[in-house]
Ligand binder design. Structure first.
Ligand SMILES: NC(=O)c1ccc[n+]([C@@H]2O[C@H](COP(=O)([O-])OP(=O)(O)OC[C@H]3O[C@@H](n4cnc5c(N)ncnc54)[C@H](O)[C@@H]3O)[C@@H](O)[C@H]2O)c1
Length: 359
């Protein structure tokens, strides 16, 4: 096995653009996919970064992922929009859907945006960031159509996905609050990363194929599969069900309800609620009240083991600053899988390796 790599950001962009062209994507799509995935790595979420490309390649090769697809409007009722992602790259159809929803929220003060049949939407925080950049509050309930990997509270096998919940709130003159998490105690991609690195996961995260507690990430990565637990016991489980019912049944018209693990494609359904806060209330008053509260909360003296109180979104911004300067670490197994994906897409993997500054 080769060594772990630290790849400069520009070189990583060049190498990944070369690979993603192998899907037959137009240049705008190549850039959207690479920018989104590398941004996930930069913000510390390697689980949703370039390590997803082998899965995307497998999905594409079996006909699940449709390059160069765009959103199709299924229902247009002013502040209610329903869109079909046409199994296109989530990095493309997610951005298109958000742009349409943002326009509606500006016109009507709010928008309920239902997006179904999108291929993997990646880091959902990216879509909240798009909304807050337009001055909007956004809430996202997301389901995952793939192999079920999370067990219900009190259950002993996997029944649904890691169903993320995300919210974005603009804060006047400050970086926004971006709360963005999987409702599983650990993102599935993080078990893949741990497995690739040969590491264990903490206790109380996983059960094995017999429903017994385990710290071995293999049970979420290779057969026989066990399951990841929902975060926060019955509470996180409740949120996961909410995401399945709202992002899945309501927005996408489809939920996860089989044990079928034969397909490589990962589809997301996403229900997004966008609110233009400036149209809802007294802008000066709510902006000031939000700042008063976040200042109050973050002024709590740190307890042992903590340097300060953070707001959601702060850790990602800290990761980003560090990795922009130092480069993006990629473990050897993940990098080998990425080169393998390049080869399967008909791209010269040695060139990808060289573009990354590694050979
Ligand atoms: N597309 C999909 O199907 C899918 C599925 C699951 C997860 N995801 C994505 O995976 C990513 C990772 O999810 P995760 O559950 O591993 O995230 P996580 O457990 O790292 O939690 C991240 C959230 O917690 C906040 N946070 C972290 N430390 C904090 C601190 N000290 N103080 C205050 N807030 C703090 C972060 O700012 C962020 O909002 C997310 O971007 C999510 O959208 C996507």
């Amino acid at each position: 096995m080769s060594a772990n790599h630290l790849i400069a950001v520009d070189a990583l962009h060049r190498a990944m653009r070369l690979l993603v062209r192998g899907f037959g994507s137009g240049e705008a799509e190549v850039n959207a996919v690479c920018d989104n995935l590398i941004e996930a790595n930069l913000t510390g979420h390697d689980s949703h970064g370039i390590g997803m490309l082998p899965r995307y390649a497998a999905s594409f090769l079996e006909g699940g992922l449709q390059p160069n697809a765009h959103v199709r409007t299924v229902l247009d009722a002013g502040a209610l929009l329903r869109l079909d992602g046409c199994a296109g790259f989530g990095q493309v159809v997610g951005g298109e859907a958000m742009a349409l929803g943002i326009e509606r929220a500006r016109t009507h003060g709010c928008c309920v945006l239902a997006l179904g049949n999108a291929h993997h939407l990646g880091r959902i925080g990216a879509w909240a960031e798009q909304a807050v950049a337009a001055g909007l509050v956004s809430l996202h309930f997301v389901n995952v159509i793939s192999r079920g990997i999370v067990a219900p509270y009190g259950g002993s096998d996997a029944r649904f996905g890691t169903n993320p919940f995300t919210a974005g709130i603009p804060l006047k003159g400050r970086a926004p609050l971006i709360l963005d998490f999987a409702t599983s105690v650990i993102a599935q991609g993080k078990t893949r990363v741990a497995h690739n690195k040969g590491e264990r996961v903490p206790p109380e995260h996983l059960i094995d194929d017999q429903g017994r507690p385990t710290t071995d990430p293999r049970y979420s990565v290779i057969e026989p599969f066990g399951a990841i637990l929902a975060f926060g016991a019955h509470k996180g489980y409740g949120m996961a069900v909410l995401c399945e019912l709202l992002g899945g049944a309501l927005a996408a018209g489809v939920t996860q309800h089989t044990h079928d693990s034969s397909k490589k494609r990962v589809l997301n359904g996403m229900l997004t609620v966008l609110i233009d806060p400036a149209q809802l209330g007294d802008r000066t008053a709510y902006e000031a009240e939000m700042l008063t509260f976040v200042d109050w909360v973050t002024a709590s003296p740190p307890r042992a083991g903590f340097d300060r109180v953070r707001l959601a979104g702060d850790p990602e911004r800290e990761w980003r600053a560090r990795r922009m300067a130092a480069g993006v670490p990629v473990d050897a197994t993940t990098w080998d899988e990425i080169l393998g994906a390049a080869a399967k897409l008909g791209v010269d993997s040695r060139r990808v390796h060289a573009e990354a500054g590694l050979g």
